[in-house]
Design a protein around this ligand. Structure first.
Ligand code: RIB
Length: 303
């Protein structure tokens, strides 16, 4: 039976432009390949787990604009159940993204994501009772993330936290987290350890555990990832691909990892699988649209 994953988080429309270099303050430059893509860390993670075959529900909020309607339709087209998504007067979350040399810069206007309140989360206890795992990020109010993590804990769900973009939170949150997954920059902000290589990542992992998280994994860009799972430290290299767009690299990794863990995979195997999901995602432009299906990932790993 497929595992039941609840994603509590953001739904955005991404407005993306590619450029050879970033403009200086006050300067106008020419970009190319403008696109409107479906994004949002929460929505991307929901698509990633759904594409790996999990029964997926999304608790979030969109505006009553066209972007919101299209974003929900997009999620549903991948099999994500959006019945719990609120439709609120006002704009849907918007991310302005510049892709430069394959890497990206993101500026976010949270829009309707701000309406995912603790009260709305508490009112949907049924979703937490249904789920095996709950996936959280910080593009909704942080007090809502804490409320969701506490409820998930009470209902016996595995809690996976992607602390992105990094915010100041009630430290009690970490005590509810089974697995925290920051990137190297987020890990540095959270722990005060500059994460540049595997040795410094191991040091940051220790700090994340000392903060209360049960397990931790730090993605290290081109250097792969480092993790501490049930007391054992491990590393995984990236699978080299031609990079088109790194948007949703972390989101797809988390989706792949969560799906495999919930299927009962050993942690190192789940990490290898997530690495393949992320490699395929960055080899294609876009956010949720670039995330591969389970069949694509398995073929890629075989190849
Ligand atoms: O992680 C990538 C996502 O972050 C983008 O899709 C954008 O919406 C931002 O929230």
């Amino acid at each position: 039976m497929s595992k039941k994953i609840l994603v509590v988080g953001s739904i955005n429309m991404d407005y993306v432009i590619h450029t050879g270099r970033l403009p200086k303050l006050g300067e106008t430059i020419t970009g190319s390949d403008f696109a409107m893509n479906y994004g949002g860390k929460g929505a991307n993670q929901a698509v990633a787990v759904a594409k790996q075959g999990c029964d997926t529900r999304m608790l979030g909020a969109v505006g009553t604009d066209l972007a919101g309607e299209l974003a929900v339709r997009n999620l549903e087209s991948f099999g994500v159940d959006c019945a719990p998504v609120f439709h609120d007067e006002g704009p849907t979350g918007a991310a302005v993204i510049t892709v430069c040399g394959g890497d990206n810069h993101i500026i976010l206007d949270v829009g309707a994501n701000a309406h995912v309140t603790p009260a709305r989360i508490a009112a949907r206890r049924d979703l937490f009772e249904w789920a095996d795992a709950v996936v959280l990020q910080y593009e909704i109010p942080v007090e809502s993330v804490l409320a969701a993590a506490r409820l998930a804990r009470e209902c016996g769900c595995t809690v996976i936290l992607n602390p992105a973009p990094v915010k100041e939170v009630d430290p009690a949150l970490y005590g509810c987290v089974d697995l925290i997954v920051p990137n190297e920059f987020e890990a540095a902000l959270l722990t005060g350890v500059e994460v540049t290589d595997r040795a410094s990542a191991a040091c940051a992992l220790e700090k994340l555990l000392a903060m209360g998280c049960k397990n931790a994994l730090i993605t290290l860009g081109k250097q792969g990832c480092a993790y501490c799972w049930q007391g054992s430290v491990g590393y995984e290299d990236i699978i080299p691909v031609q990079v088109a767009d790194t948007t949703a690299a972390g989101d797809s990794f988390i989706g792949g990892l969560c799906a495999r863990l919930c299927d009962g995979a050993e942690f190192p195997d789940a990490v290898r699988y997530a690495t393949a999901v992320s490699a395929l995602t960055v080899s294609r432009p876009g956010a949720s649209v670039s995330i591969p299906t389970c069949a694509e990932v398995e073929a890629f790993l075989r190849g």
